[in-house]
Ligand binder design. Structure first.
Ligand code: SAH
Ligand code: SF4
Length: 365
């Protein structure tokens, strides 16, 4: 069902416009008797000018403004804390329902990447991931996802940064495919020329492999895909990623192939994420196995040195082990990179995001 229609049916319920994508704003404005072009005006104020006050939207007619104020509001969640790493990475914390979610800004020469969260916590409990260990509370709303980008752009501007966010990665807290509808709607706003206006190749969604949701994504939106594979066979994957017992490697990779068939955003192939865990998944044999299961999938491989977090029993593979592993894959013709760890000193690196989650013991598995 169209989510906006759902909203409109509720009498006297004020709508947060940040929860709506273009189509939904249009439907809402239509119900107020406003013309279609008002959608563009409002979206530009919000996403281009970072203005969330109706009274400052000078080109809106007075009667429309009045109706908007009566029936809607614009609320963006705010960063309450900032931690800056020696390497320029910044972690921002947002307070939502007395809990904390995290957003990470990663500046590079040509890109300004924002790593956004899609859920408060994560229900999938991967053994090596601090977010998984925290438990799960709830999905983020569209407004709570896009607010992370709005706030990042606002803060960067305040800091005198000329380059605002150029790339978005759904690699923060949570499993984006378990919050599919809200993530798709947020992506529509990120892609929209009157929204953040980024191209589909600049948006990367990382998933641990929720097969039916990946098939749905396939039909609704095209973005760059990253997959959290982390193991070359089901025995190892079962032991570190419980989701594999529901959707095993074969079914995951088949769904990835289906996605790639229709995708333009993944021209260079899917990004395979593989966390390097000492003695668990990092042997020469494991590298050969990995090459074997990926031989039919156009891919580039990202080896991620495992990032430490408290109370975890894992160790990261040694640098020489990671290099040997990478070289085996390269010899087999795979484009293989070793991911640089950014923001480790402020616990902003992959898998270190914990925020503060009130665990509701709701688990997907
Ligand atoms: N839930 C999604 C999105 C999170 S992306 C997913 O799992 O794909 C975060 C990436 O960092 C994932 O590839 C995840 O597996 C990886 N990761 C998790 N914990 C890590 C750790 N401690 N060190 C390095 N990478 C980690
Ligand atoms: Fe959730 Fe991804 Fe962490 Fe697994 S790696 S627990 S899916 S956030």
């Amino acid at each position: 069902m169209d989510r906006s229609i759902n909203f409109l049916n509720i009498n006297n319920y004020k709508i947060n416009l940040l929860d709506l994508n273009r189509k939904e704003i249009e439907t809402f404005l239509f119900s107020l008797g406003a013309k279609k072009f008002v959608t563009e005006q409002i979206m530009k104020w919000i996403y281009h000018h970072n203005c969330i006050d109706f009274n400052l939207m000078s080109n809106l007619k007075k009667d429309i403004r009045k109706k908007l104020i009566k029936k809607s509001y614009i609320f963006s969640s705010h960063f309450i804390e900032e931690k800056i790493s020696f390497d320029g990475t910044i972690k921002w914390i947002t307070l939502i329902d007395k809990q904390k979610i995290e957003t990470v800004y990663i500046p590079e020469k040509k890109r300004s990447t924002l790593c956004v969260s899609s859920q408060i916590g994560c229900a999938l409990k991967c053994e090596f991931c601090a977010t998984g260990k925290q438990g799960f509370n709830r999905n983020l709303r569209v407004s709570e996802i896009v607010s992370q980008i709005l706030q990042a752009n606002r803060v960067l501007k305040e800091k005198g940064n000329k380059k605002l966010i150029t790339n978005i990665v759904f690699m923060g807290m949570g499993e984006p495919l378990l919050n599919l509808n809200n993530v798709i709607s947020a992506i529509k706003i990120i892609l929209d020329k009157d929204g953040f206006g980024l191209s589909k190749r600049r948006i990367t969604l990382s998933t641990s492999g929720i097969v039916p949701a990946l098939d749905k994504l396939n039909k609704k939106i095209d973005v760059a895909l990253a997959i959290s594979l982390h193991a070359p066979n089901d025995v190892i994957r079962n032991s570190i990623m419980p989701i594999n017992k529901k959707y095993n490697i074969k079914s995951f990779l088949n769904a990835v192939s289906r996605y790639l068939k229709y995708s333009n955003a993944n021209k260079g192939g899917v990004t395979v994420e593989y966390v390097m865990l000492n003695g668990i998944n990092d042997s020469n044999k494991n590298a050969e196995e990995l090459a074997n299961i990926l031989k039919k999938i156009p891919s580039k491989i990202n080896l991620i040195p495992w990032n430490f977090f408290k109370d975890s029993h894992f160790l990261c593979s040694s640098i020489s082990r990671i290099n040997t592993f990478a070289n085996i894959l390269r010899k087999k013709g795979f484009n293989t990179m070793i991911r640089k760890n950014r923001g480790q000193d402020i616990s902003a690196a992959c898998g270190q995001l914990t925020g503060e989650v009130i665990n509701r013991f709701r688990t997907f598995l």
